[in-house]
Design a protein around this ligand. Structure first.
Ligand SMILES: C[S@@+](CC[C@H](N)C(=O)[O-])C[C@H]1O[C@@H](n2cnc3c(N)ncnc32)[C@H](O)[C@@H]1O
Length: 200
């Protein structure tokens, strides 16, 4: 499929999805929620109390992606969940959206790479079962987040990154994961491309 056709498929999906959502036939506004839930289901097959991280928490109550809420409500006190966020105001917004689940969320304020480096280095994070890298549309930054955590991804660990087809986010990590014999990858042609990689 050409890039042009691929973009068209993505747009049609988005339009169809929005219509179904507005008609009340789907309870989720964006594709992130079902994909994250599916990944968590996969993680639960091998880890009853997984460690989950995301970089970049919910920043807008109406954006519809809702990763922090989706993860916290699905885990619901099973395992550990850390969200790494640089902006105090976004943490405040996220805490308000996640009000029923904040007791299950560890908000780590500051630059994700610096904090991940510290926590992985100190073995506070010694295994990550699921990681959503969603902080900035900057392929080098996303790569560094992944690289900082790489040694604590174990067999069956899952990594999720959105906007990998046409944004900068996937520029370094997408070819790396796709060509690595240690990772099995799948790209959903929704929301500008969501990459899911599972460690073999
Ligand atoms: C796309 S939003 C995250 C959306 C969220 N995951 C969701 O599903 O609704 C990106 C977030 O990453 C944060 N961010 C940007 N640079 C960061 C960094 N270096 N470290 C941690 N968070 C960062 C932004 O402040 C913003 O809140």
């Amino acid at each position: 499929m050409s890039i042009k056709e691929s973009r068209l498929v993505n747009k049609i999906w988005k339009a169809q999805h929005l219509v179904l959502y507005r008609l009340g036939l789907r309870d989720y506004q964006r594709a992130h929620k079902p994909i994250i839930r599916k990944c968590l289901g996969e993680v639960f097959k091998t880890a009853s109390h997984p460690t989950v991280i995301e970089t970049g928490c919910i920043r807008d109550a109406n954006e519809g992606t809702e990763s922090t809420l989706t993860i916290a409500s699905t885990l619901n006190n099973r395992g550990k969940f850390y969200t790494f966020e640089i902006c105090k105001e976004h943490i405040r917004i996220c805490q308000s959206v996640c009000r029923d689940y904040n007791e299950f969320i560890n908000y780590v304020e500051g630059d994700a790479i610096a904090n991940l480096r510290e926590m992985v280095g100190a073995n506070v994070l010694d295994t990550i079962h699921l990681a959503l890298f969603d902080s900035v549309n900057d392929g080098d930054h996303i790569w560094k987040e992944f690289e900082t955590c790489e040694r604590v991804f174990k067999t069956n660990s899952i990594v999720v990154i959105d906007d990998v087809l046409w944004g900068d986010k996937g520029r370094v990590i997408k070819p790396y994961l796709e060509s690595s014999p240690e990772w099995k990858t799948k790209i959903y042609n929704v929301e500008y491309g969501i990459l899911v990689a599972q460690k073999i």
